[in-house]
Design a protein. Sequence first.
Length: 311
Amino acid sequence: MATKHSKPLLELRIDGPRIHAGRISVPDLVQICDKAQSAVLRQAEAMAGERTLRPGPVTADVKEECTLELVGISRGSAVLSFDLAKPQLSITPTLAVDVVSEVGRTIGDLYEDTDRNYDPGVLDSLRGLGEVIDRGTICSIQWIVPRRVGQKKRLSAIYNQGVLERVTRRLRLPEKQPMTVEGTLEMADFKQDDEKCRIHPPVGNPVSCGFAKDMEDDVYALLRRTVRARGEASIDPYSRRVSFIQVKSIEPLDPLAMGAAAFRAAHSFEELARLQGVKPLDDIDILAGGFPEDEDIDGFLNEIYEHREKA
């Protein structure tokens, strides 16, 4: 908790037609806090070299170092003050300051419509933050990092409708392309208007699929069997992985024929290693040995050569 005279790590100044001095609606407050926190955590992961758009929680270290705590709502429209939830061992929380400052610089560059590479995870969180602006109850959010010891001035950036439009424009949508997947039809969910199934190929992770209601009987009859499904795949633009396939047709497949198309497909060495789960060799010493210590390797080789000569 920040003391009465200490500066918060981050301030968000909220302006809008329904914002009054020191007052803000609970739904807007919850969304702003949630998406601001998400942007900070994803920025921390990006600065650590992690992939930010992925399923699952953020890393434990990032969560511990960069979790925010709302410490006050003050007048002047509505100003939200945040500090770190984790007690700091040092006077200046360097990592957290760097992270919230980088998010502020990203918002500032988007305000100026600067053309540079933006982290997709941070953009995704900022899009969520901008939803309160899109609803019309809020017209701008000022992201403020107060000046600390060693800094010349505070950092301030405005998030408004123009920034939201630029965020949305820069977020790449999933790509669509025809795809065939072969594997075992592991499960199916026949919930009305949300029919889904999962196909596990011989190599790689299971693929989530959707199918039309008129395919329910075919899918049900093929459960636990090897199948070939054709449809439209959604490809994640950042990881290049198949995130979902909308199945148009599905048919039984001879297990011996499964994977034949993939066998003939051209793959790079990197793709083959990823598909087969092959990782780089960390210790070359594990390749050494393999021959019993109490055996005479020279005698063994001589026997081989002698047999070759007699053959």
